[in-house]
Design a binder for this molecule. Structure first.
Ligand code: ZN
Ligand code: ZN
Length: 216
């Protein structure tokens, strides 16, 4: 019983993370998954880089995939306090494999990327959490009215989540898209000099960003 209660608190905390994303343009699942990977990268270079398991996984996965190499680069650029000794130690482990690949054309890199695995796990967790979030009527309504919008890729993926009320969700997604379309049309209309005295709403100015993130 105690365990169940703890579990509830934990979920409540996690669902709170989705709550916070309701004021932010973009997909809450993308954004939280992205953050989970950045947190992992942060811990890796803060203290885990000497962990033999991490280093073995890195070599076994033939390094990171191109997307995650870029993500690590961006992370280290944004966090100079982490230094670059860790990344040198980690990446240096790959030299044997790189050198061999030059002799045997067709070496695969990042095909078992550890960060892809972390990302996949986090993504699944947040898909399930969104499903739980959506089961509360007040939160569902909040989502419907918010600037937040689950992207197309995650819309498809939510269909596969057991117990998720997909049809109700799809209805909201369609309403959001219709609103977006209208906001864009209004922006275009008001850009005409004949109507330029009409003020733009904040959403009309942001519609293109919302659509871009929806398709990202
Ligand atoms: Zn997404
Ligand atoms: Zn990857």
């Amino acid at each position: 019983m105690f365990g169940k209660k703890t579990q509830n608190y934990k979920n409540e905390y996690l669902i709170g993370q989705i709550d916070e994303k309701m004021n932010v343009i973009g997909c809450p699942i993308c954004s939280l998954t992205d953050k989970a990977v950045h947190d992992y990268i942060d811990a890796l270079f803060y203290e885990n880089v000497n962990d033999p398991v991490e280093r073995t996984n890195f070599v076994k996965g033939h390094g990171f995939c191109p997307k995650h190499l870029k993500m690590v680069e961006n992370h280290l650029n944004a966090h100079p306090e982490l230094g670059i000794l860790g990344v040198n130690i980690l990446y240096h482990d790959l030299f044997n494999y790189i050198e061999k690949s030059l002799d045997e054309i067709g070496g695969k890199f990042g095909d078992g990327c550890e960060l892809c695995k972390i990302e996949k796990k986090a993504e699944q967790r947040y898909l399930e959490l969104f499903s739980e979030f959506f089961s509360f009527p007040d939160r569902r309504e909040k989502y419907a009215q918010s600037v937040s919008m689950v992207c197309l890729r995650h819309t498809y993926m939510l269909r596969e989540i057991k117990g998720f009320e997909f049809n109700a969700f799809l209805k909201i997604q369609k309403e959001k898209l219709a609103r977006l379309k209208k906001d864009m049309e209004e922006f275009i209309r008001k850009s005409d000099y004949r109507f330029s005295h009409e003020t733009l709403t904040p959403m009309e100015g942001q519609a293109w960003k919302m659509l871009s993130k929806f398709l990202e």
